[in-house]
Design a protein around this ligand. Structure first.
Ligand code: AMP
Ligand code: FE
Ligand code: FE
Ligand code: ZN
Length: 283
C-alpha cells in the first residue's frame, strides 16, 4: 500500500479538484493520499466523499505557511480538528495577508508587464489560497512567460525585485497550535534550497524541540546527500520520516506518487493524532 502524504488541489495552487486528485491516486495505484493544500481545509469534504467511493485511504491535512528568522518554512499539519482552533485563525489570517501581499507583487509587476490583479483572480478561481503560482499563471495567461517554472525562475523568486514576503507565524508557534488541535506536524521539504535559504542546524533543533513529529525526507527538492543527513537526524531525535510528491497537477513537474511514505511511519503518524479520523486505512 503506497502512501503519498503531500498533494495540492485547486483550493490552493494545484490544478485539479480534490475529486480529480483522488481519482488520479486510484489510477496510479496509491493506497493512501493526503490532501495538504496551503493554509486551508476547504478541500476536505470533497476529498472525503471521493476517497470513500474510490476506496482510497485519505489523510486530511494542510500545509501551513511559516517563517523562521526570515526563512520561509512549510509545516505539514495532519488530521487536526479545524473547528474553533487557533491554527484555523492563523491560516485564515495568512490567507488574508496573501491577498495583500500578492496585490503588492502584481502592482510591482504591472510597472513592467501587462498583468493586472483581475488576471490573477480569474486564473485562481473563487476558493483558492492565493499565492505566487497564481501570479505565475496570470503571467502565462497574458503571454509574459511560458509556464510557472519560467515565471518563478525569471520574476517571482524570493529576493527578486517583484518579490514581497508574506507575514506569517513561526513554525514553533504553528507546531503548538497543531498539537492543541489534535494534529501532527511534519517539516515539509526541509532542504529545498532551490526555493531560497533553508533553516540551519540550530534552527532545526529549535523547531524539533517545539515538538515536531516528523521530517519529510523523501521529496524531490531535498538534495540526495541531505536526505541521508535528515534520516540520521530523525533517528537521533525520534522523528518520523515521510516521503511524498508535493504534487500540484500540471502546475509543477512533480508526479503523483513519485515518493511515498513507509507504512510503519504512516501508522505511527496516525497514532499521534486525535483531531480528525483518517479514512479507509486498515491497520
Ligand atoms: P507562495 O506561498 O505564494 O510564496 O508561493 C510558494 C509556492 O510556489 C509553493 O507552494 C510552491 O509550490 C510554488 N513554487 C515554488 N517554486 C516553483 C516553481 N519553480 N514552479 C512552480 N511552482 C513553484
Ligand atoms: Fe504549492
Ligand atoms: Fe511546500
Ligand atoms: Zn506543498
Amino acid at each position: 500500500m503506497r502512501a503519498d502524504l503531500h498533494t495540492h488541489s485547486r483550493y490552493s495552487d494545484g490544478t485539479q479538484s480534490p475529486a480529480e486528485l483522488v481519482a488520479e491516486a486510484a489510477a496510479v495505484g496509491l493506497g493512501v493520499l493526503a490532501l495538504t493544500d496551503h493554509d486551508t481545509t476547504r478541500g476536505w469534504a470533497e476529498a472525503a466523499e471521493a476517497a470513500q467511493s474510490a476506496g482510497v485511504g485519505l489523510v486530511r491535512g494542510m500545509e501551513v505557511s511559516c517563517r523562521w528568522d526570515g526563512i520561509s518554512v512549510h509545516i505539514l499539519c495532519y488530521l487536526h480538528d479545524p473547528e474553533g482552533a487557533e491554527i484555523t485563525h492563523a491560516v485564515e489570517q495568512a490567507r488574508d495577508d496573501r491577498i495583500i501581499r500578492s496585490r503588492l507583487m502584481v502592482d510591482r509587476l504591472s510597472q513592467d508587464f501587462p498583468v493586472t490583479w483581475e488576471d490573477v483572480e480569474r486564473v485562481a478561481g473563487p476558493d483558492a489560497t492565493i499565492g505566487r503560482p497564481h501570479i505565475a499563471d496570470a503571467l502565462v495567461a497574458v503571454g509574459v512567460v511560458a509556464d510557472r517554472t519560467e515565471a518563478f525562475g525569471r520574476l517571482l523568486t524570493g529576493g527578486g525585485p517583484y518579490y514581497v514576503a508574506l507575514p506569517v507565524i513561526s513554525p514553533v508557534d504553528a507546531i503548538g497550535m497543531i498539537h492543541d488541535a489534535g494534529g501532527a506536524a511534519v517539516f515539509a521539504h526541509p532542504l529545498a534550497s532551490a526555493r531560497g535559504r533553508v533553516v540551519p542546524e540550530a534552527g532545526m533543533r529549535a523547531i524539533i524541540a517545539a515538538g515536531l513529529d516528523g521530517l519529510e525526507v523523501d521529496h524531490r527538492d531535498n538534495p540526495p546527500a541531505g536526505r541521508a543527513r535528515l534520516r540520521t537526524l530523525a533517528a537521533e531525535r525520534g522523528l518520523l520520516v515521510t516521503g511524498s510528491s508535493d504534487y500540484h497537477g500540471t502546475g509543477k513537474p512533480n508526479q503523483l506518487g513519485e515518493h511515498t511514505t513507509e507504512r510503519s511511519q504512516l501508522l505511527a503518524l496516525l497514532d499521534r493524532t486525535s483531531g480528525t479520523a483518517p479514512l479507509g486505512i486498515t491497520r
